[in-house]
Design a protein around this ligand. Structure first.
Ligand code: NAP
Length: 316
């Protein structure tokens, strides 16, 4: 039996949870141990976590009994859903509700729920500036997470509500990197207007979450927003260009144009960028850089992230 506090990590094989798992495993004297939850205990990522010292257990967010088993004996849990696997707000809410019930049943002392704002507090459904999606959302992958906050409150789980930011890794994995324009020069096409936009390297989300757990229960019941830097589209394109050593031009499309790009989730993301940029002051204020750095002194700026990751930008 370990005397260290076990953190059960949903999504440990993914971006957010993986960053937290690595942050804990990199600090063996920190008093915490990793229990990695995955549907695929034999996957390469699960095996790598086990090799690095994590306990790996089988659990599925669609199978509540598996969560009850996986949370038994844990001190805390990092809880995240993956909207982009199914595009269903109902399923995301059902998964969050199951996690809240299982966290309560296991008597967890501290849960971190990876949530986002309810865009409808800022842009009511009747507001025509952006389309209503699925009949009841403006930004489905934000609004569903925000609705799910109440499950943790109602269940009485001591929860920190972590408001994350746009991953800079979207430039690598989500098709959002710079691409050659008609003249061959690189264009970075984003609907950010001239607003400041909070972003973060995913490893830093995990390190910030570790910082939250290290504070004990100081931050339970609170919303904690995190970001690595607040930058305009123009500033981001310039930083990418400097890192690559070739010019990158910011191609500011409108949210409506972005919604029309037609890929799965384009409307949801177009609404998200419109909401994030039209309410940039609120969105950035909620994601304070000094508070993020206090949780995670290794917090990267965009330029630091670019220098470490520029070789992985597809550029095609
Ligand atoms: N991209 C962004 O800029 C951004 C910014 C803020 C928030 N987000 C939010 O981040 C969330 C995704 O998190 P991520 O990027 O860390 O995920 P990710 O890297 O895509 O990986 C998904 C993780 O979720 C786990 N998972 C998914 N469904 C599961 C289920 N039914 N049962 C158990 N585990 C399950 C997977 O585990 P196994 O496959 O091993 O079971 C995997 O570890 C999304 O909801 C998105 O809205 C994204």
């Amino acid at each position: 039996m370990t005397s260290r506090k076990i953190i059960a990590i949903v999504g440990a094989t993914g971006a957010q949870g993986g960053g937290l798992a690595r942050a804990i495993l990199a600090d063996p004297g920190g008093g915490f141990a990793v229990r990695a939850l995955t549907r695929h205990v034999q996957s390469d990522k699960a095996r790598a976590l086990a090799a690095a010292g994590a306990e790996v257990v089988s659990a599925d967010l669609d199978d509540e009994a598996s969560l009850h088993r996986a949370f038994q004996g844990a001190y805390g849990a990092y809880l995240v859903t993956n909207f982009w696997e199914h595009f269903s707000p109902d399923r995301e809410k059902a998964q969050a509700a199951a996690m809240a019930r299982a966290a309560k049943a296991a008597g967890l002392k501290h849960a971190i729920w990876s949530t986002l704002e309810d865009s409808r507090r800022f842009v009511p459904l009747a507001d025509p500036r952006m389309p209503t999606l699925m009949g009841q959302y403006k930004v489905p992958h934000f609004d569903a997470k925000a609705e799910a906050d109440q499950f943790f409150i109602d269940a009485g789980v001591p929860t920190t509500f972590l408001l994350t930011s746009f991953y800079w890794e979207n430039l690598i994995h989500f098709g959002m990197g710079p691409k050659p324009g008609p003249d061959g020069a690189l264009l970075w096409t984003m609907p950010l207007g001239t607003a400041k936009f909070p972003g973060i390297g995913v490893e830093d989300i995990g390190r910030c979450a570790y910082g939250v757990f290290k504070r004990g229960t100081e931050l339970t019941g609170q919303y904690v927003g995190i970001a690595g830097e607040h930058l305009t589209g123009e500033e981001m394109a310039a930083a990418i260009g400097q890192a690559l050593g070739q010019p990158v031009r910011y191609n500011a499309v409108t949210p409506a144009q972005f919604r029309g790009f037609g890929f799965p989730g384009a409307e949801d993301l177009g609404n998200m960028f419109q909401f994030n940029t039209e309410f940039a002051d609120d969105f950035c204020r909620t994601r304070d850089l000094n508070a993020s750095r206090a949780l995670n002194p290794a917090l990267q700026t965009f330029r630091q992230w670019l220098d470490a990751n520029k070789a992985n930008l597809p550029l095609t």
